[in-house]
Design a protein around this ligand. Structure first.
Ligand SMILES: NC(=O)c1ccc[n+]([C@@H]2O[C@H](COP(=O)([O-])OP(=O)(O)OC[C@H]3O[C@@H](n4cnc5c(N)ncnc54)[C@H](O)[C@@H]3O)[C@@H](O)[C@H]2O)c1
Length: 350
């Protein structure tokens, strides 16, 4: 196949520090054009070798692309992805895919109609140890899930509090995100949309669960957006669960994602911080995965490469498709609605 003609919309901190170096070095990719706002766009075009730069997303979408990568602020993901899908493009869309459930399922419908690749780059869904954990679950390792714990915490006090220095150092990046991308309530800032999106997408991909209702609360603790999130979930299969998120780990500490699944036949624990996956079955079988040191650290190198492989046919494994992303969006959307209704239990979907 000839090279994938790729366009990029959004050229800020994350696009320039993660996606663009990967795509620029990829032998199967032609960087057709880049779209963003601001004077630095020309420099970004030249640095990564894009064919042209524009502030007009429609101009780029109409430039004869095969695929587009969307790395804009959260509230722009839906309108841009919808336009891209309606043009029959393959789409890599950043998390959170959208800010509400209706928009999420709208994209799922459009993606099905387009029949193209749609991937949301959730890095933890592509780690060898999470892939191995999913295989054990798919093989019936714990039977039917009855209870699920899903906890996440991140060293993101600065990112959600308008001082992204730690994130820039961690990703060796000179480009600071626009503070509104992460800290504006109106634009989907906050820990739930910004980070719980990762842990919930990991949970839904691993288990195939879908949330039916949630009762929860979020807390800003003086910040403009939520820093702490907590919820009690009922899943479609009748299982119960708890969701927890905290934005305030100390800078330099490892991300925590702790997923504990209790089933009819046993228990599985997935702990990315301490890099442990254990399966403990009621028949006495115990399995502990061997995990390469530091494999739990967050990085997002595989998803952009996998996006291209899915387009070229080199892979058929999409661990973070539109369905997984939509289940995550609808849960976060419902959690925030519940919190605004004083913690009342709300339906996640009809
Ligand atoms: N998958 C991950 O692990 C991961 C990690 C970090 C960030 N992200 C996501 O990446 C996205 C961007 O985050 P960021 O920190 O790079 O933000 P940022 O503020 O640094 O960048 C946003 C970009 O969008 C552009 N933009 C804004 N309005 C636009 C418009 N109307 N048309 C075209 N371009 C427009 C800006 O010019 C900028 O280039 C967010 O959705 C974020 O959640 C994902």
């Amino acid at each position: 196949m000839s090279k994938v003609r790729l366009g990029a919309i959004g050229a800020g901190w994350w696009a320039t520090s993660n996606h663009f170096p990967i795509f620029a070095a990829h032998p199967d990719v032609e960087l057709v054009g880049v779209c963003g706002l601001g004077p630095e766009l020309t420099e970004i075009r030249d640095k990564f070798g894009f064919g042209f730069a524009t502030e007009d997303a429609d101009e780029l979408l109409d430039a004869g692309l095969d695929a587009v990568v969307i790395t804009t602020p959260h509230d722009l993901h839906h309108p841009i992805a919808a336009k891209a899908l309606d043009r029959g493009l393959h789409v890599l869309c950043e998390k959170p895919m959208t800010l509400n459930a209706d928009e999420a399922w709208d994209l799922a419908q459009r993606a099905e109609k387009a029949g193209t690749v749609f991937l949301v780059p959730y890095g933890w869904n592509y780690k060898p140890f999470t892939v191995a954990a999913k295989k054990m679950l798919d093989e019936g390792g714990i039977g039917e899930i009855q209870y699920a714990v899903c906890h996440m915490a991140s060293p993101t006090r600065g990112l959600f509090g308008n001082d992204p220095t730690h994130m820039l150092e961690r990703w060796n990046s000179a480009t600071a995100p626009n503070p509104t991308t992460w800290s504006s309530p109106a634009r989907g800032g906050g820990y739930a949309h910004g980070q719980v999106t990762h842990s919930s997408a990991l949970l839904f991909w691993l288990t195939g669960l879908r949330a039916a209702s949630v009762a929860g609360r979020v807390m800003t603790a003086g910040a403009p957006v939520d820093l702490f999130d907590a919820g009690v979930i009922r899943f479609d299969n009748g299982a119960l669960g708890t969701l927890s998120g905290a934005a305030t780990l100390a800078d330099g500490d490892k991300y925590q994602i702790d997923i504990r699944l209790f089933g009819t036949d046993g228990v599985m624990m997935i702990d990315v911080e301490r890099e442990r996956v254990t399966l403990s079955r009621y028949d006495g079988t115990r399995t502990e995965l061997e995990i390469t040191p530091d494999e739990g650290e967050y990085e997002c190198l595989i998803p952009p490469a996998r996006f291209i492989e899915l387009i070229t046919g080199a892979s058929s494994e999409n661990n973070s498709d539109v369905e997984v992303a939509a289940r995550s969006v609808e849960l976060v959307d419902a959690l925030l609605r519940s919190s605004s209704q004083d913690g009342a239990e709300v339906a996640v979907h009809a």
